[in-house]
Design a protein around this ligand. Sequence first.
Ligand code: G6P
Length: 501
Amino acid sequence: LLLREHLSGDEVIVVSNREPYIHQRNEDGTIRVQRPASGLVTAVEPVMRACSGTWVAHGSGSADADVVDARSRVRVPPIPEGGEPLHDAYTLRRVWLSAEEERGYYYGFANEGLWPLCHIAHVRPVFREEDWQQYRAVNARFADAVADEARTDNPVVLVQDYHFALLPRMLRARLPRATIITFWHIPWPNPESFGICPWAREILEGMLGSTILGFHTPYHCQNFMATVDRFLEARITQEDQSVSFMGQRTQVRDYPISIPWHPPADDALSRAQADQSALREAMGLSPEHRLAIGVDRLDYTKGIVERMLAVERLLDRHPMWLGRFSLVQIAAPTRSSLEAYSALDHRVREEARRINAWAAERAPGTPPPIILLIEQHDSESVRRHYRACEIAMVTSLHDGMNLVAKEYVAARETGDGVLILSRFAGAASELHEALVVNPYHIEETADALAKALTMHPAEQRERMRAMRTRLADFNIYRWAGRMLLDAADERQRARVQDRIV
Ligand code: G6P
C-alpha cells in the first residue's frame, strides 16, 4: 500500500537477465509455465502488479509458446487454468538473443569475466574482446527495448545485476529524466582486483548512469566507491555516499536482500516431525540419524568441496559420528557448458565418492557421510529438507548475500536448528548468531560442525530466536520498499529542482 502511494502513477520497468515466467510448449501443443524459485521474482513481482509495470528479460522458453505480439510481449502472471485473468497483471517483454549473443554476453563476459572477477574464489576471470563486444551490443538491445516500452519520459527503471553494467548509462542517453535504480546482486571487490578487467572504466561509467546504485552490504559500497576513486575523475561525497560523474549524481547505498516472512504455522511441530521421519525413511536412515543440509547452485563460489572436506575432518577427529551423521548436499546444475563448472561437477562427485569410501572402510555397512544430490529441487522440496535437517551448512567462499542462510532460518518454525555460515557471505553481517566460519579453514568448519552436533537445545533456540526476529523485521518487501522510497525521494528532489530552474 505504502508503495502504491509513493509510486502514485509512476511507470515502473524492471530489467533482468532471467525472466519471471518461462513458457514452454509441450509436445501436445499445450503450454507449460515454470516459475523459477527466485528471490528477485518474489521481491519485485508485487511491485510490478501494484503499478501494472513492464518486466524486460532475456527470453529463454520456446519462442512461439505463448501468443506474443510483434514486440514479444505477454501479460503475466499466467492465467490459472480455467480461471479469470488477473486484473493486476503486468507486461513481460522478452528480448530474444542469438546463440552468438548469448555465448558472448551471458556465458562469456558475464559468467567467465565479471562473475569470477567480483567473487574472490580464486578462479581466474577470462576476458575476451569478442565477449565484451557482445556484452555491449546486448546491453544496447535491452536499452532499446526499455526505451521502446517506456510510456512516459521519466519511468522508474530497476536494473538487476552484473549482466547489465552498461545499461544504466545507455538508458540515461535514451531517457534522460528516468530514475534508474541498479542493484548489483554479487559482491564488489577491491580496486586492485577489479582493475584487472580491461574495461574497468567503461563498466564504472556505465553503472554511474544510475540514480541509485545498490549493493547488499556497506562493505561492497565502500569497495565500489574506492574503485571509482581509483579509475575515474569523479566527485565522491562520503557524507551522503554519492558519486558525481558526467553530469549524473549517483547515490551508492546498501540494501540487504531478504526473503518473504510468514509467522509459524499452527501445525509447525507435527509438520517438522513428519518431514524429519520422511526424509530419513526415504534415505534408508535410522530415525536418530543426524543430518546437515547444504543447498546451492553447483557453483565454485559456494565452497561445496571445502564443506565436504570439513565433514571428513569431523569424522576423522570424532569417529563417534561415523555412520551416525551425514551431510545432504543438494547441488543444482548451472552454467554447465562452461569449463569451470563441468570441472567442479567432476571434483564434487569425486570427493563425495572418496570420502564415502574412506568412511566405509572405517565403519563398514553404515550410511555414507555425504549424500550428494546433483539435481534441481523445487522450493517446497527444499523447505522440507530444511525442516528435516537440524544443521545447515552455508560455507560459500564468497557471496553477495546468500539467501539459503535466511531461508533455513525462516523454515525452522519450531525454533531449533543450527546455522553454520561463512564469514564471506553477505548474510554474515546480519546473522551474527550463526556459527560463523572461515570456509577455507577446514578445521574451523569441522569444529563448528562438532559444536552444532552437540549444541544444547536451549542455546539453539536462543540463537535462532535472534535471527528469526531480525528476518521477520527486515523481509523481502522491505528490500524493494526501501529502494523505491529512496527513488521517490530523489524524484521529489528532481521535481523541486525543475521548478526552481
Ligand atoms: C546469482 C546471480 C543472478 C543469477 C543467479 C542464477 O544469484 O546474482 O543474477 O540469476 O545467480 O544464475 P543463472 O546464471 O542461472 O541465472
